[in-house]
Design a binder for this molecule. Structure first.
Ligand code: NAD
Length: 432
């Protein structure tokens, strides 16, 4: 089957490469000429483990191609996946400009039956809007609009796409469902659960899922706060809660607040969506405000550990919003750095993959070559993102390089007792 994937970012590129790996003929389209030129030469514009290999393998096999020519993508494909960005507007609603642009192009160029699939995270009602746009040029056109939200996580995107917990397909006709089952044939055969529903429910599943996960994170961050006030340990509380299978241990780790390109945007969009229907989504509103407080509180923890920050030297390990990605969108690490700079601290940062992206936002920061280079001469070490290479730091060596043996572990990677026994001043999140 010929497939066109429009938007070759974190989601579109992974989708295109993985669908090609399923045996589909995939043409990936992006309006960013530099990105397409790089991809045609086998250069991957983002850091995502395993992506380079799967792209190269399918390019070699002739199943994966790249172009800026949307018209030819539309005309050559039976199924068109829309995977463009839906960034937040100031009021929290997602900006659907790119989705509309693609829908307009499909309306202008479609030649025969098409299955138009939204992979982008879009509010309930977007499928209906796309349908109206496609029908506006010619009321008798033959097409189906499908919602197929994506749940991959950056950093493990390939594995998540190839072995998902479920595939959600929102469609209103059997023909489109058959096409989608063929697209996801290998997963269907591997007995991955398929949730087949109407378009509006599928669109809402994505916001409901991300909203729920955001609530879980804010919940444990509030428990962490209580632990600090009460002298309890959130690590133990989380473990004690998470072993209850009704609760589960994932997304129950206290930290500096959620970030990334999805949770902040999707929670704001869920609140906005509910508002449009006259409803206040109070639980997600609370998760958002707890998250803002959590992020803002990190600078207080650092200054409580290190003293007044003006003129102090701070080493920050980790810039991406989570490990194994170069994505810094809404990264808590960047919020911490902004606050440190505003407090007059001089900051040196290191990240295994995200420094190039961070330089565009903080051109004047010092960037180190590794964790030890970063810590040299620092008054305090802040662990902001839990990359694996920061999980086994040599604190003996760090102690000799730093001016003060002070560490603020925003990811609770280390055992407070062990570091304190080694003479460090240790501050974690919610740890007595
Ligand atoms: P991204 O910004 O990395 O990529 C979007 C791409 O779309 C860019 O390369 C851009 O040039 C391209 N584009 C925009 N308008 C276009 C047009 N008219 N024609 C062709 N190309 C166009 O975004 P992303 O992180 O891949 O997210 C895409 C969507 O998937 C969003 O709705 C997001 O919420 C959703 N999503 C993202 C993730 C994630 O982890 N990043 C996970 C699940 C869902």
């Amino acid at each position: 089957m010929n497939i066109c994937v429009v938007g070759t970012g974190y989601v579109g590129l992974v989708t295109g490469a993985c669908l090609a790996d399923f045996g589909m003929n995939v043409l990936c389209v992006d309006k960013d000429e530099a990105k397409i030129a790089a991809l045609e030469k086998g250069r991957i514009p983002i850091y995502e483990p395993g992506l380079e290999e799967i792209v190269a393998k399918n390019q070699r096999a002739g199943r994966l191609r790249f172009t800026t020519d949307l018209k030819s993508g539309i005309q050559s494909a039976l199924a068109i996946f829309i995977a463009v960005g839906t960034p937040p507007l100031p009021d929290g609603a997602p900006d659907l400009t790119f989705v509309r642009q693609v829908a307009k192009a499909i309306a202008d160029h479609m030649n025969g039956y098409k299955v138009v699939v939204t992979k982008s995270t879009v509010p309930t009602g977007t499928g209906r809007m796309i349908e109206q746009m496609l029908r506006s040029n010619d009321g008798d056109r033959d097409f189906s609009v499908v919602s197929n939200p994506e749940f991959l996580r950056e950093g493990s995107a390939i594995a998540d796409f190839l072995r998902p917990d479920r595939i959600v397909i929102g469609a209103s006709d059997a023909r489109a469902i058959e096409v989608m089952k063929e697209v996801y044939g290998p997963l269907f055969l591997a007995e991955t659960p398929f949730v087949i529903t109407d378009v509006a429910s599928a669109e809402l599943i994505k916001y409901a899922s991300n909203g729920f996960l955001a609530v879980k994170i804010s919940f444990i961050n509030e428990i962490a706060r209580l632990c600090e006030l009460m002298g309890a340990d959130v690590h133990d509380v989380s473990r004690g809660m998470g072993l209850d299978r009704r609760i589960g241990s994932r997304f129950l780790l206290a930290g500096p607040g959620f970030g990334g390109s999805c949770f902040p945007k999707d929670t704001a969009a869920a609140v906005d969506l509910a508002r449009q229907y006259g409803y206040r989504f109070r639980i997600i509103e609370s998760a958002i405000s707890v998250n803002a407080e959590t992020k803002a509180r990190m600078i207080e923890k650092i200054s409580a550990a290190a003293g007044p920050l003006a003129g102090r030297s701070v080493a920050v390990l980790g810039l991406s919003f989570k490990p194994e990605t170069d994505d810094i969108r809404e990264s808590p690490a960047l919020a911490v750095i902004s606050d440190l700079v505003a407090a007059g601290a001089s900051v040196c940062a290191f990240d295994p993959a995200a420094m190039e992206n961070a330089r565009a936002i903080f051109p004047d920061l010092s960037y180190a070559t590794d964790a030890y280079d970063c810590a040299t001469g620092a008054d305090v070490l802040v662990l902001a993102t839990e990359w694996n290479e920061f999980r086994a730091l040599d604190f003996g060596r760090l102690g000799k390089l730093m001016r003060s043996k002070t560490v603020v572990d925003l990811r609770n990677v280390y055992e407070p007792r062990e570091l304190r026994a080694a003479g460090w001043s240790y501050t974690g999140i919610g740890r007595a």
